[in-house]
Design a protein around this ligand. Sequence first.
Ligand SMILES: Nc1ncnc2c1ncn2[C@@H]1O[C@H](COP(=O)(O)OP(=O)(O)OP(=O)(O)O)[C@@H](O)[C@H]1O
Length: 260
Amino acid sequence: MSFLSLNHIEHYYFSKQGYTKALEDISFSVPEGSFISLLGPSGCGKTTLLSIIAGILQSTRGEITLQEKPLSASKSDIGYMLQQDYLFPWKTILDNVTVGPKVQKTETRALKEKAIQMLEDIGLSKVIDSYPQSLSGGMRQRAALVRTLITDPKLLLLDEPFSALDFQTKLKLEDLVSSLLKDFNKTSVLVTHDIGEAIAMSDKIYLMKANPGKIHQVFEVPIEIRNLSPFQARKHIKYQQLFDRVWEELNALESQTAIR
Ligand SMILES: Nc1ncnc2c1ncn2[C@@H]1O[C@H](COP(=O)(O)OP(=O)(O)OP(=O)(O)O)[C@@H](O)[C@H]1O
């Protein structure tokens, strides 16, 4: 059974000046518990596609199913991790991570205890009652991750969640996120500009091309890399080989985009 399924997704943006065909005939399936990345040159439609999967944008054509049901029936099963953490500055870290259940009036004592446990597990025990502005960028993103996972979403959408962090923090967070998602058997879709990150974290990479946005090539990440943490994966010879292949393809696509 396919967990997430995209069937012939097509999307147009209309304006007074005319229209842009942003996506053309995108179809793929994501098995439960797997991690895929969308990679591609600027303007190839990564954000548009992620917004459609998130249910924020309605595609012009095609359909998406989550566990065989139309996506519209499953919006609450989707969690997000974005480049900006969107933590509320006036709320403590604990209140920030439980804000979703609180708003939905589903917060229980057990859920609060789970939040505290998760914050402790992720190394934030000392800042549970602190406010976001006293935390580093990496700590804030860890809190944002707990906020995302606390509601136990079936599908996680990650939109460049590490791109605003310094390189060392980014590597540490990649490891942490990857191990947590594996532990919880989450299904995830990552949008990234970073080839290394895509290889180190994914089972499969969908390389997109622009004008109109479509899937250009699919790269399977070798099993030897998938069994390693992202940090360890980066040292593997197969990582370097795949990096070179993806780099060449992406470079070719970017020069095509630049010529237009
Ligand atoms: N609101 C909009 N109205 C009109 N055209 C849009 C809109 N949003 C995106 N587009 C166009 O749709 C195409 C895909 O854009 P999208 O932002 O999805 O690409 P992207 O791959 O996420 O780009 P980037 O990597 O630069 O963020 C581009 O040609 C873009 O100009």
